[in-house]
Design a protein around this ligand. Structure first.
Ligand SMILES: O=C(O)CCC(=O)C(=O)O
Length: 272
């Protein structure tokens, strides 16, 4: 892929809420991100949240906003190829970086990432809000590949955020009366139209902020599953101070309806 998304990829993402982008991240950029991941594991940034392994085996390392304290991760989020890809999906005049997030499931880590949609967790609203999950390893369903419910971004159902497991970081989420509890999708998977792709390093899942998604544990005893997600917003995204969002993603400087562009949510791409 040469940095241009095709009309088919754009149409699939609009209809399904998720699409795979093959070979989007160069080896040079992958090395930058890999090194940043190891730095964060050795010396986690301020928003680190480790999930306690379900069966005592493995390790699930999570963190957010790495780019703010690790200049190389900042360089990837701002100068790497993802912002320009986001602009093509959004058709927007600008792209802002919302935040980045790390999900490392070491070999044998059984913890699932529960089914959820992202926007209820986030103190923003709009349609032009997307995530780009970068694979650093070969990813299969067995090693914890992401699964998406096809078309669920169009349901307009806001599921109540919950933590992804017993954690040493992020706390509970305030209940929002406009949100609903998510059904037990895992127990009734046959009722849903679920899509997923195996990935190679450098491939990316691109998905809408309202798409319901989740992942299994990394059941492979021999491979890591390092996923690094960068979230971007286009023209129509604004700050939203509603209840139930992740406190570490909020801003003290924004009010309801404000444009995001700021030090915390920097402008990373503009149309020429
Ligand atoms: O990597 C995972 O298991 C979950 C990723 C995810 O939920 C996200 O990037 O929004």
């Amino acid at each position: 892929m040469n940095g241009e998304i095709t009309a088919e990829q754009k149409a699939s993402c609009a209809a399904d809420g998720a699409v795979v982008l093959r070979n989007v991240i160069s080896e040079e950029w992958l090395s930058v991100v890999e090194a940043g991941i190891e730095r964060d594991i050795q010396n986690p940034g301020p928003y680190f949240h480790g999930y306690v392994p379900d069966n005592g085996i493995g390790k699930f390392h999570g963190n957010i906003r790495l780019w703010e304290t690790d200049p190389e991760m900042g360089r990837f989020c701002k100068e790497g190829p993802l912002a320009a890809l986001a602009a093509q999906f959004f058709d927007s005049s600008k792209v802002s970086l919302f935040y980045d997030q790390l999900f490392v499931k070491e070999a044998g880590t059984e913890n699932r990432t529960r089914w959820h949609n992202d926007l209820p967790y986030w103190p923003i609203r709009g349609q032009q809000i997307m995530s780009f999950w970068v694979a650093l390893d070969e990813v299969t369903i067995e090693s914890g590949g992401l699964e998406f419910i096809k078309g669920s971004h169009l349901w307009d159902i806001w599921y109540q955020p919950e933590t992804f497991g017993k954690t040493s970081g992020h706390g509970e989420y305030e209940r929002n009366p406009d949100y609903v509890d998510i059904p037990d999708i895992e127990a009734k998977k046959e009722d849903y139209d679920i899509i997923s792709w195996d990935l190679m390093p450098g491939d990316v899942y691109a998905f809408h902020a309202m798409t319901v998604h989740g992942s299994g544990g990394n059941l492979r005893p021999d491979v890591r599953r390092r996923g690094y997600t960068v979230r971007y917003c286009g023209d129509d995204a604004v700050y939203d101070s509603r209840k139930g969002t992740q406190s570490h993603l909020r801003s003290d400087l924004h009010e309801d309806g404000d444009q995001l562009d700021s030090l915390q949510y920097p402008l990373v791409w503009t149309k020429r």
